[in-house]
Ligand binder design. Structure first.
Ligand code: SF4
Length: 706
């Protein structure tokens, strides 16, 4: 006889919108997903991933028992093993003792610099807080990062420089309060589908004007009043030319600038050179469109800017984001409802993982690691002797891999991430993974990175554990255990505590940093004692509706929009800018620009969605190419093409479409069989250390001729 149905509220495990889900469960089996109509985030709407993409939980390839490689792996000889026959099943005790022994051996021999960890934007705040605590408090290293480095790192750096805080300033749904909003470097129809619905409603129901600035003719262009089809990498000239027009035509907000900003004179001088003519020459956008966009945004009552990875994923990503911030400061379109600077965060918990300290330059709460007062505060929190924590900034994700060599990083711990799909220049990444001395993978599946590991620790899925995610507009929401963990899999936070205790025993510091949590609620409370923005968040306060940070006290109602009174750094700062070309520009040998990104049906490295029914909906990588380029190259819709950059080559089928502009091709990066990141460049933004995913130059030829 079937047991009664349970309906358990929780939060979507995919994108940063953070839609509220209801999981319908019977006999410990999830058979349906719905969403409540009164959800403040998504009003009952869900995209295809949220409604149908949860079946990876039951995929037969999921690993639910700890594994150790049968053949010991040695640096330089390390191989990938997807096949379970290369692994032996072991008990949790054996897996964790083996892991602890190897980590301690390397740490005692080579010290903190040899240790590194990738935290996870898909895991909970509590999981991420504990993993960074483990590596900082026990291995005394700040080589702690996660995939925020590969998405919005430049937005974070720019916002910190100009404002003093890195999150979205406003709530996504406030787009309905805008009368003009700019959407740039973002394709929300595919990447933030519910926010795309809200944007369409803002235009169609509330009469907002939309300005799209993008090298691809994304679906939102159909709703736009103005579309500026820029060449990849020309963001600074275009947005600075808009500032130039606003300044010259006296459309700027003098009172806001005088009362709330600094460095305006230097900025205004630097804007002289960014004329609409200059921007037209660099970007290919008609100067009249640039002038019209500038007037429209500047004269709005409520103007807002939304952006995603097209802005930060560049060797000048920090400058790109600063050009948007300058515009908002010039017009005073920040600090009020329906305005703002809104970097749309990609993954379900990339905001929370960053808040929780999964970054190499900051403790939880963006407290700089090289600040003595901060270090002392966290030494007290984690019961560490004064001076015990490392004061040196750690390495970022790409730098961690670059540092894999004798005398550098030797041991890497990866929780839930997949650098063998997500890092740029994968042939280089592969060599570095092979050179590691010890690699731990903690995940649900043996993905392209876990296949290199020495030990595999099977983690519970989001539906099998408790915790919190923080969505793109800073809303901390509950994640609930709906079913028991499959097989022997365990929640990430439990695995970390068990392993940390074993490592501390071997280092003769038993339980010194404290690992005896009974429930993730205790972990969030510990974090909140030292991170003021989370101080007022308790699980019982977010049972029904999440709270938007900052929540500084137990009775604080949360903060839908920021900077109403002041900016975290006091006055916001204008930054003079220069135009810097992309690291690679098209030439005769490589005449097209490759942009990479996601599609609606898949998620990042594909670890979850490629083990889901989503893979039947979108089973292979396709390259978008404009009909004019396709005709010139003799390429037909659906025909195979070879795409070659200076770093690698892949074969996939072409999709001939006007969604991309002439000179630009687009490839999603979810597919191992045609991994787009074999082609991308690992040239970095010097400030944010983010790679230039959006502008590698390539050559495309018909593969049928080979
Ligand atoms: Fe999940 Fe994002 Fe889709 Fe909402 S929009 S259901 S959060 S993937």
């Amino acid at each position: 006889m079937l047991n009664a149905e349970k309906v358990v509220p929780t939060t979507c495990p995919y994108c940063g919108v953070g839609c509220n889900l209801e999981l319908h469960v019977r006999d410990e089996f999830i058979y349906k997903v719905t969403s409540p109509f009164d959800s403040v985030v998504n009003h009952g709407n869900l995209c295809v991933k949220g409604r149908f993409g949860y079946d990876f939980i039951y995929n037969k390839e999921r690993v639910t028992v700890p594994l150790i490689r049968k053949q010991p792996q040695t640096p330089g000889q390390r191989t990938q093993a997807f096949d379970r026959s290369a692994w032996r099943e072991v008990s949790w005790d054996e897996a964790l003792d083996y892991t602890a022994d190897r980590l301690v051996e390397i740490y005692q021999r080579d010290g903190s610099k040899a240790m590194a960890v990738y935290c996870c934007a898909k895991a909970t705040n509590e999981d991420n807080y504990l993993l960074q605590k483990f590596f900082r408090a026990v291995f005394r290293t700040n080589n702690v990062d996660h995939c925020t480095r590969l998405c919005h790192a430049a937005s974070v750096v720019a916002l910190q420089m100009a404002i003093g805080s890195a999150a979205m300033s406003n709530t996504a749904a406030e787009v309905s309060d805008c009368d003009v909003f700019i959407l740039t470097g973002s394709n929300p129809t595919e990447n933030h589908p519910i926010i795309a619905l809200q944007m369409k409603a803002a235009v169609q129901k509330h009469g907002a004007k939309l300005i799209v600035v993008d090298p691809r003719r994304i679906e939102m262009v159909n709703y736009a009043t103005l579309y500026l089809p820029i060449r990849p990498g020309s963001d600074v000239p275009v947005f600075s030319a808009m500032a130039h027009v606003i300044f010259k035509e006296n459309l700027y907000n003098r009172q806001f600038i005088e009362e709330r900003t600094e460095n305006f004179e230097a900025f205004a001088t630097s804007m002289e050179k960014f004329t609409p003519e200059f921007a037209e020459q660099i970007s290919g956008v008609d100067r009249g469109l640039i002038i019209e966009a500038a007037r429209m945004y500047a004269t709005a009552h409520n103007g807002a800017i939304f952006w995603a990875l097209g802005i930060p994923e560049s060797t000048h990503g920090t400058a790109n984001a600063l050009s948007l911030i300058n515009l908002a400061l010039l017009t005073g379109h920040v600090g009020r409802k329906g305005t703002g600077l809104n970097p749309l965060r990609g993954q379900n918990n990339v905001q929370g993982a960053s808040d929780s300290g999964a970054m190499p330059w900051h403790y939880p709460g963006y407290q700089a690691v090289d600040n003595e007062e901060n270090a002392r505060r966290w030494e007290e929190a984690w019961h560490i002797e004064p001076g015990g924590l490392n004061r040196q900034r750690g390495l970022t994700t790409t730098e961690i891999l670059a540092a894999v060599h004798p005398g550098g990083v030797r041991a890497l711990y990866i929780m839930g991430e997949n650098p063998m799909m997500s890092e740029p220049n994968l042939n280089h990444t592969r060599k570095k993974m092979q050179e590691l001395e010890f690699l731990v993978a903690q995940d649900l599946f043996i993905n392209e990175s876990g296949a290199f590991a020495d030990v595999f620790l099977p983690a519970a899925s989001w539906a099998e554990k408790e915790g919190t995610f923080t969505n793109t507009d800073r809303r901390v929401q509950r994640v609930r255990q709906v079913i028991p963990p499959r097989g022997q899999s365990r929640p990430d936070w439990e695995i970390i505590c068990d392993l940390a205790k074993r490592v501390e025993r071997r280092l003769n510091r038993p339980n010194s940093a404290y690992w005896d949590y009974h429930h993730p609620a205790e972990i969030l409370e510990e974090m909140g004692r030292y991170v003021p923005d989370y101080a007022g968040i308790r699980y019982d306060r977010i049972e029904k509706v999440g709270l938007q940070t900052p929540v500084p006290t137990p009775d604080h109602p949360g903060t839908p929009y920021l900077y109403g009174e002041r900016f975290p750094r006091g006055r916001a700062k204008f930054h003079p800018l220069e135009y810097i070309p992309n690291a690679e520009m098209p030439d005769e040998e490589y005449p097209l620009i490759l942009s990479t990104g996601r599609v609606l049906e898949h998620w990042h490295g594909g670890t979850l969605t490629r083990h889901s029914w989503m893979d039947d909906l979108f089973p292979e990588a396709l390259m978008d190419i404009h009909p004019a380029d396709a005709a010139r190259l003799g390429i037909h819709d659906g025909s195979p093409v070879r795409v070659t950059s200076r770093r690698g080559s892949i074969v996939l089928r072409a999709k001939v479409t006007t969604k991309t502009n002439i000179g630009v091709v687009f490839i999603p990066f979810h597919f191992r069989e045609a991994a787009a990141n074999l082609l991308t460049t690992d040239a970095l933004d010097p400030q944010a250390k983010i790679p230039e995913y959006k502008a590698a130059v390539v050559r495309v030829t018909p593969a049928s001729e080979e």
